[in-house]
Design a protein around this ligand. Structure first.
Ligand code: ZN
Length: 261
């Protein structure tokens, strides 16, 4: 069975730990001005690890259609993998764990859409609902692409303006674009990775109207395709734990830049 390109989307499992953001303490800066040591205290970030390692064993379940407002589409997809068999689902979970750590260090409350605690999924509609129910200040869905060899680099997927059924992105289009722009800039800085050379005209930004995880979101949300697992050079980066730490750092920096305005 051919691997499904990453495209589908994916959303979560809430983390049961309920680390309460402690009140931001102020640390005097050299200038004497107070600088919060926990700049994201009181903010909620939902991290959506794309796909699920168990999806490969539950293809019948994930192929069932769900209502994404504008249309119906598959519950979830398997995601892609490198030639060596490192799966996108393993990649997204690893980056999500690293990202959670970094965001919690800054005082944010972090909710993972899933942590592989369920056999498959969740479905894309539920992934969106988890972010909405959390009242997230920002949601980032972490992915890696499954494109042709030679296609390299990362890109951020922004929600298009859509309306239909339960989908209405009018209120999230603008803030999601701001989040995506901050994320793209910070991701390049942290990883040294260039924007994708195969879409987005070199901006690292793409806009889509077919992703249920975006269409059903009522809070600012973007997808990040960190690189192309099907390209050997990108795959070498995605497979490297040190690079994944840089990726998580870039995402945390981008979210921080967005939330700290
Ligand atoms: Zn994906």
């Amino acid at each position: 069975m051919a691997l499904t390109a990453c495209v589908a989307e994916t959303p979560q499992a809430s983390r049961s730990t309920d680390a309460k953001p402690t009140a931001a303490t102020a640390t005097p800066s050299p200038s004497g001005a107070a600088r919060p040591s926990l700049p994201l205290a009181g903010r909620t970030v939902v991290v959506d690890p794309g796909h699920n390692p168990g999806n490969f064993r539950h293809t019948a379940e994930i192929n069932k259609k769900v209502d994404v407002g504008t249309h119906r589409k598959e519950c979830d997809t398997t995601g892609t993998a490198t030639d060596a068999g490192y799966t996108e689902a393993a990649f997204t979970l690893d980056v999500a764990h690293r990202l959670r750590e970094l965001l919690e260090q800054r005082g944010a409350k972090v909710v993972l859409v899933h942590d592989a605690e369920r056999p498959y999924g969740p479905c894309v509609d539920e992934r969106a609902r988890i972010g909405n129910a959390a009242g997230a200040d920002a949601v980032v869905s972490v992915h890696a692409d499954g494109s042709a060899v030679g296609n390299r680099g990362f890109h951020v997927i922004l929600p298009a303006r859509v309306r239909g059924g339960g989908a209405d992105t009018a209120k999230i289009v603008a803030p999601s674009r701001t989040l995506g722009e901050k994320l793209a800039a910070a991701f390049t800085r942290a990883t040294g990775a260039p924007p994708a050379n195969y879409l987005g005209g070199g901006t690292g930004l793409d806009v889509r109207d077919d992703l249920g995880g975006l269409n059903l979101s009522t809070v600012p949300k973007v997808f990040l395709e960190c690189g192309n697992m099907r390209d050997p050079k990108d795959a070498a980066l995605l497979t490297d734990p040190a690079w994944r730490q840089k990726a998580a750092q870039g995402i945390a920096d981008g979210i921080g830049a967005y939330l700290e305005g």
